[in-house]
Design a protein around this ligand. Sequence first.
Ligand code: CMC
Length: 426
Amino acid sequence: MSELDKVTLNAGDKAVALPVLKPTLGNDCVDISKLTKETGLFTYDPGFGATASCKSAITYIDGDQGVLLYRGYPIDQLAEKSSFTEVSYLLMNGELPSAAELAKFEDEVTHHTMMHESLKAFLQGFRHDAHPMAMLAASVASMSAFYHDTLDLQDPEQRRLAAIRLIAKMPTLAAAAYRYSIGHPIRYPRNSLGYTERFLHMMFEVPSEELELSPVIAKAMDLLFILHADHEQNASTSTVRLVGSTGANPYASVAAGITALWGPAHGGANEAVLKQLAEIGDAKNVAKAVERAKDKNDPFRLMGFGHRVYKNFDPRAKIIREMTHKVLGELGVNDPLLDVAMKLEEFALKDDYFVERKLYPNVDFYSGIIYKALKIPTEMFTVLFAIGRTPGWVSHWLEQQVDPDARIGRPRQIYTGSPKRDYAKA
Ligand code: CMC
């Protein structure tokens, strides 16, 4: 952290003192909110690599040190000791719950897991082969139609209830989208099960036989949800905040976040990883794929490698890597694609191009592999990311609603089009 209280910007013959804001952790920030008024200048930062869009007390990342904290707690401690519902409570409320508070929270979430029966008819409007991310985004957006009577955003209790509904119903909607796409009956949530087991039950139980859930699978899935739960101002969370900044309701805001998550540069990478592994096909083709990724004339990139913020290692990837090897061992999985993945990991970790650019396997690289080992269909990978990220999205939306600095998000641009000209027929 620097000792500066302000920085001075010389704009022609005018010197402007810009205040420096101090975070509790991380880089100081130059407050440029008055810059345009004082100088007429805008700032240019495509991809927002150096721009803080808000103040937030939820999550902290130090990309150089590979640190990720939820409300101050290191991710590795939460991964080892906590559960996804406890982490959801923590993100939303700022503190870890007591046993009684957690039981009450879990009970409330459990009793909001059912979806409106009309949503089934809504899902049936989709083609059978619709991508579940499209169905999830649409059904979450449609929740604003089902709960329009509790959308008074000035009422803290209605805001909290919307957040609980989103956390509670996301797995139900996700599993329903999947079941519809494979022509299986949609299962109702079972209150006797915990959050993650209930989701797996809705995904995999068939009416003809009892589902025996492996505790290894449920534990691995819960851990993956914890690791995905929040990641400060990533593209989908920033989207939730941008939509939320207009006063749009939380279901519309989170539905927008889901669509932002879908892209292969963000949450869609876990699906893209598996597709790419299938294209590589065999461990003997890995060297060629790595060469292609290094070729600047080839747009091919290794999916699941690199990160905007982590330039050392992704602490989530470190935890999942261990989990992946453990799960593969415990389940006795033998899959040629996993051999390709392990070979790719080995190659890229020692290749100069990747080492110099600090391109490490990221969370999506391992999550794709682990989901495959757990027999989760590839199109569902990003949907699982969405379930995990929901507590983060709703916590940011809740925080934004009471942020005294919050204004509608409205970036500027550098116009590069034609100067003003008079209309004339071509
Ligand atoms: N394969 C090959 N080269 C790469 C890769 C890759 N996966 N990622 C970055 N590079 C190179 C890039 O060409 C550039 O090289 P040079 O300096 O020679 O021009 C350098 O590394 C820096 O890359 P960048 O594109 O400036 O980095 P960025 O911060 O804008 O992008 C990223 C980050 C994650 C979008 C990018 O690394 C990428 O496309 N990775 C593959 C997709 C992926 O795995 N996404 C999941 C991200 S983690 C989870 C999440 O956020 O959802």
